[in-house]
Design a protein around this ligand. Structure first.
Ligand SMILES: [Zn+2]
Ligand SMILES: [Zn+2]
Length: 814
């Protein structure tokens, strides 16, 4: 009797052999078509859970499939190793972030190896190592010299609990810290920014990439392009030098409806425009606003607040004096920090006018307008009224006419604004790549020369949650010499946002050992752009937007010659357990290790793909994985039991060929579409079919062998260890993973066809050619779609449809 399937033994054995024989190492082979299959590198949190495997196992299956199809496949793995949790571990447990991180890397590498993936471990990158972050710093310098990095004081999102500045993208929901859930507040700090806004327009162009629609929509909304006009309002205020304030509006056609003018409380002109008798109230209000989050300030339906400054601006189009107010819903971070109040045509402005008894003047007439004050703001187009020489024009025409006038008079211009802000990359943290700049009293801001990189993190920093970088208190780090004048200077103590590290890790995989450049140009040219990028959709407006910006920026710097990093993007769904997304805090995390130890990596891989369509995810169940494990056991015994041919029958052999080639086609097409679950269903059906053949023994032994060979080849990407073992046991030369993907023969999958007779109430009315394997439901559906059947049953009620398999479909209708 055959041996029992023992995944623990065979998985270890083959993993060792694959590693020893370097089977998955790849080079730039110019004869083969390259395929760069990239999976988002994991954050070094300490443990891989099933959610990680759900990102990695199916993408490995796909990479293996492409490899067998003859592509030269690069499918690397590494670690996103800088970031807050390492530093928090240092604060809470007294472990150095480096030690904490590298211990996690080691553990996770071990876990990742148990997946049995085709990762070429020679290419591993770890973003917190100096040989990597040296180049992260090098890119910073390139950005600086190209005018893409600058320093500015700005109000920043501040998490009081994490004691750090957060990027806008890291503020979630109603103004909460993405990491710890605390309410985010504001602070002013000198920071480093990257000029991502320079690329706003190009980032809106998705025409050369195949990405999910929802990610494109999220990026488009995040960039938030609006077209409109910038309009100058006159300012004649004693003691104020500035003679105008500019506002951005998407509706210049409503300019005659302006009845008040709003400034953000933080607007620099506010102190000067505040009348002495208003000062006390204004200052009180500003202090109150500073305590609000941006989300609270702009939330719809929130009660409007504001204070009159006691001063006016001039609407140049009608010469009116317009009172200036401050309100929290005017944001300094959007447009110019000023808003023209048009209550008749903007909901929030109308609420504001109602609250403070300000006039409401309709200037775009809604259809059937009675001339009365509106009950709600009318934001659509219409005929212009109360608009001087423009009255009577359709508002679309008025828009152009007013813009033309503004431009002619020099009072404004057509313009475009974006919601996108420049990317704040400074973090007041230790565990990140130090920003390679120094401050010299004589020379000012001075970049570190490239040849002096890396600026190493000192190992002796102290970790205290002070809100300032621990580097600030590390004198050996801070005190340095100015590269320009050799005088004493101070180092920048902030580190870079870790999204800077993940901007380029996929470039480094192409030449991870190169030490005189971030990558070798030739190798990069061969592998990039990435052909398929897989990972979670939660990265839509952070990593996935920053990486696009980064590539465009270094393209303009002359380092690469392509425009987009990731040609195709696929977001896997989420694995649910006990009704919830797995997370440590909810305590519903499933560790893959015990399942691997008990049922084998192949079973875990298979089950994860069987759970549902990859982009949707599904619910983990212990009985489900046992089912997949049983199937693998059946495959094992099917092959190991062997086959004895009783008497070969032509019909049975023909059918076997037909089923085999249909399976090859189905598995191939399902893999191409990431339909792993239906692919596995197809393989399971094929296994069952072969089991029946085995019992009947009515095909030749050679045909049996051929069918088994195909089964193993189709199984190889999903269950690489089992397939390799059975490949060897059936006498094939090592390795199955160097075999070509099977091709199906169209001739063999052609269905035999038969003619169905179609009757209506027993009378022959039509005939239909169908495949012999047609099901009753399919036949009925096809018949009801026939034009002649529709004609004969028109106006009648179909009582029933009688199906005589392979012969007649009788439609009974009254
Ligand atoms: Zn926080
Ligand atoms: Zn100097």
């Amino acid at each position: 009797m055959a041996l029992k399937y023992n995944p623990q033994e065979i998985e270890k054995k083959w993993q060792e052999r694959w590693a020893a024989e370097h089977i998955y190492e790849v080079t730039e082979d110019s004869s083969g078509t390259k395929f760069y299959a990239l999976t988002m590198f994991p954050y070094t949190s300490g443990d891989l859970h099933i959610g990680h495997w759900y990102a990695m196992a199916p993408s490995d299956v796909y990479a293996r499939f492409k490899r067998m199809q003859g592509y030269n496949v690069l499918h690397p793995m590494g670690f996103d190793a800088f970031g807050l949790p390492a530093e928090n571990a240092a604060i809470n447990h007294g472990v150095h972030p480096y030690d904490w991180t590298m211990k996690n890397v080691e553990h996770m590498r071990h876990q990742l190896k148990s997946i049995g993936a085709i990762y070429d471990w020679n290419r591993e990158v770890v973003s917190c190592l100096p040989e990597y972050y040296k180049w992260t710093q090098w890119f910073f310098l390139k950005f600086y010299h190209a005018g893409l990095a600058y320093r500015a004081k700005a109000p920043v999102n501040w998490c009081p609990r994490c004691q750090t500045v957060l990027a806008n993208e890291q503020v979630v929901g109603e103004g909460f810290c993405e990491r710890c859930g605390s309410q985010v507040t504001k602070r002013d700090l000198e920071q480093w920014f990257f000029r991502i806004t320079k690329y706003a327009e190009e980032l809106l162009d998705f025409s050369h990439i195949d990405w999910p629609e929802r990610i494109k929509i999220m990026q488009r909304n995040w960039i938030g392009k609006s077209e409109g006009a910038e309009i100058s309002f006159g300012l004649e205020h004693e003691g104020v030098e500035q003679k105008e304030i500019r506002v951005f509006t998407t509706r210049p056609d409503t300019i005659f409806g302006v009845t008040f003018f709003l400034l953000a409380p933080e607007h620099p002109l506010v102190p000067q425009l505040t009348a002495p008798e208003r000062r006390h109230e204004v200052e009180k209000y500003i202090a109150w606003c500073r305590r609000q989050t941006e989300y609270e300030r702009t939330a719809m339906g929130r009660e409007k607040t504001g204070v009159f400054l006691g001063s006016y601006v001039i609407n140049r189009l009608n010469g009116e004096r317009v009172p200036v107010w401050i309100t929290d819903y005017a944001l300094l971070t959007y447009g110019t920090g000023a808003v023209m109040g048009v209550p008749a045509h903007d909901e929030r402005d109308l609420e504001f006018a109602r609250k403070f008894n300000l006039p409401v003047r309709t200037v775009i007439a809604p259809p059937g307008w009675s001339g009365k004050e509106p009950t709600e703001a009318y934001a659509d187009s219409g005929i212009m009224v109360n608009s001087g020489e423009f009255s009577g024009l359709p508002s679309e025409q008025g828009y152009d006419a007013i813009c033309n006038l503004l431009e002619r008079k020099g009072w404004g211009k057509r313009t475009v604004t974006y919601r996108l802000r420049d990317w704040l990359i400074s973090r007041q943290r230790y565990w990140g790549a130090p920003i390679p700049m120094v401050y010299c009293n004589k020379c000012g801001i001075v970049p570190i020369p490239e040849e002096d990189l890396p600026v190493l993190l000192p190992s002796d920093a102290e970790f205290k949650p002070t809100g300032e970088s621990p580097l600030k208190y590390c004198q050996t780090f801070v005190s340095t010499i100015c590269p320009e004048c050799s005088g004493p200077a101070r180092r920048e103590v902030d580190t870079m946002d870790t999204f800077m590290c993940s901007n380029w890790y996929f470039l480094r995989y192409t030449s991870p050992k190169t030490d005189d450049a971030p990558f070798e140009a030739e190798k990069l040219r061969y592998w990039l752009p990435v052909d398929l990028y897989t990972g979670g959709a939660e990265h839509a407006v952070m990593h996935l937007l920053y990486a696009r910006f980064f590539i465009k920026a270094i393209r303009d710097i002359g380092l690469v010659d392509f425009d987009e990093p990731f040609r195709r993007l696929f977001n896997q769904g989420t694995i649910i357990y006990r009704g919830d997304k797995m997370s440590k805090s909810k305590g519903n995390v499933i560790a893959p290790d015990e399942y691997v130890a008990e049922l084998g990596a192949d079973a875990v891989r298979g089950y994860l793909m069987f759970i549902g369509p990859w982009e949707l995810g599904g619910e983990w169940s212990d009985s489900g994985i046992v089912g997949v494990s049983r199937w693998l056991n059946r495959v094992w015994s099917l092959v190991e039991t062997g086959y004895t041919s009783q008497a070969a029958e032509l019909k049975a052999e023909k059918e076997l060929l037909h089923v085999t080639h249909k399976t090859i086609k189905r598995v191939t097409e399902d893999l191409e579409r990431f339909r792993f679950n239906t692919m596995l269903a197809g393989l399971m059906e094929f296994t069952n079919y072969l089991s029946r053949m085995q019992e009947l023994g009515n095909i030749s032994a050679s045909l049996w062998q051929e069918a088994i060979t195909y089964l193993l080849l189709l199984l190889a990407p999903t269950a690489p260890h089992l397939a390799e073992e059975l490949w060897a046991r059936t006498g094939h030369p090592y390795s199955i993973h160097n075999q070509s993907w099977p091709k199906w023969d169209e001739e063999l999958i052609k269905e035999e066809e038969i003619t169905l007779v179609i009757q209506i109430n027993g009378k022959l009315r039509d005939r239909l050619l169908v495949p012999v394997s047609i099901t009753e439901a399919e036949a009925k559906e096809l018949v009801l779609e026939r034009e002649r059947v529709k004609a004969y049953t028109h106006g009648k009620k179909i009582d029933k449809i009688i199906y005589v398999p392979g012969r007649v479909v009788n439609v009974v209708a009254r």
